[in-house]
Write a protein of this length. Sequence first.
Length: 112
Amino acid sequence: MSRIDELDGRTLGEVIRDEPRGVVVDFWSPWCAPCRVLRPHLSQMAQDRADAWRFVAVNTDAHPAAAEDYGVRSLPTLVLFRGGHELRRFAGGVTLSMIATALDDLEAPRDA
């Protein structure tokens, strides 16, 4: 069963760079009520989309430098990466449908 991985041991840049799948980074904090509401839904999404996406949670209280390095100004902030590059960003009031639509768009095959 897939889950949201907590950032520990490696830098976020290493995780983003080395992951062959896309990476959904959830910048959150324990005191953030919207973050706590979003978490179980993201966990389910992580399980449903484990083949294409790795979900990583970054507690901004424990890793303030990571939040600063990635320009996080509000919580929750979700940033989607692939191949080390930022593809999309959602800050503050994000809905599950917005996230799902973005992941669907990014997973869709591109016309050659």
